[in-house]
Design a binder for this molecule. Structure first.
Ligand SMILES: [Zn+2]
Length: 277
């Protein structure tokens, strides 16, 4: 199973999951359709489906245009607000495209219809992959726009956290440096976090993506998955894991305000809720 990582927009990722031996491919959050179609054409692939993690425009904005080009294309997701949605999925529903298997994992919080997609291929020794959209990032987690800390805690510990540790994590945005700076602030003694920050900076220098990580790696340095660590509890001054998570996310919101790096018109868009995450 091949996963093509395609950088788009400000810092988004769209993905193309391709069968190892076949020619079928599945796209995740293809928000810049012409770039996706160029690759599909160039590599002589059949685009079997679109999987949309949530309805935000920077993930779903390409669906209608893709369906215009490919009228039989199915667009899967769990929220009626997703542009071009043709097939609404339910929690734990499994889909199959050639040898590619997809399990839809309901993870409401960033939006109420958020879905992560766990994907593996038949008769393939590659590790499985999970596409987490804006629910979990490398070293971080998404904002709670339409949900509670309780829900995010469930998503991170019971849904994503119970997948095999070797699962590759492909998230919706490149925000690893910022996340790891925050992680080091939360856990100054965590060497894995410090190493990850330097590695992410080196990748940035080379203009290379930091995806994928693995779930096992995330447990080593992502503070949002380390709620019972003494340092994380000390930082948040809380003990209850849901409260620790809630304070962490609030502190993350305040951490390095976007004001410092965005032009005024973008700040206005952010205030109006037009910019994400
Ligand atoms: Zn989003």
């Amino acid at each position: 199973m091949k996963v093509k990582v395609i950088s788009i927009l400000e810092d988004n990722y769209m993905y193309l999951v391709i069968e190892e031996r076949g020619k079928q491919a599945v796209a995740v959050d293809p928000a810049v359709p012409h770039r996706l179609l160029d690759i599909v054409k160039r590599e002589d692939l059949t685009l079997a489906a679109v999987l949309t993690t949530h309805h935000h425009w920077d993930h779903a904005r390409g669906n209608e245009a893709l369906r215009k080009e490919l009228p039989h294309l199915k667009v899967y997701g769990r929220d009626d607000r997703i542009e071009g949605l043709t097939d609404k999925v339910t929690d734990n529903q499994e889909l199959k495209f050639g040898s590619i298997n997809v399990r839809c994992l309901s993870t409401p919080c960033h939006t109420s219809g958020d879905t992560c997609f766990y994907i593996w291929e038949d008769e393939c020794t590659d590790d499985p992959a999970v596409f987490t959209g804006d629910t979990m990032f490398i070293g971080g987690c998404g904002r709670f726009f339409e949900g509670s800390a309780n829900q995010m805690h469930h998503n991170l510990t019971q849904v994503l956290g119970t997948l095999p540790p070797e699962t590759k994590v492909f998230c919706g945005h490149e925000c690893t440096i910022k996340n790891m700076k925050f992680a080091v602030l939360v856990e100054p003694e965590n060497n894995k976090a410090k190493e990850m920050l330097s590695w992410a900076r080196a990748r940035d220098e080379d203009d290379k993506p930091t995806v994928p990580s693995t779930l096992g790696d995330e447990f080593d340095y992502n503070p949002f998955l380390r709620l019972s660590e003494e340092a994380v509890q000390k930082f948040t001054e809380k003990k209850d894991p849901v409260e620790v998570l809630d304070v962490l996310r609030r502190e993350m919101d305040k951490f390095k305000k976007p004001k410092e790096r965005l032009p005024p018109h973008a700040m206005l868009a952010l205030e109006w809720g037009l910019l994400r995450p």
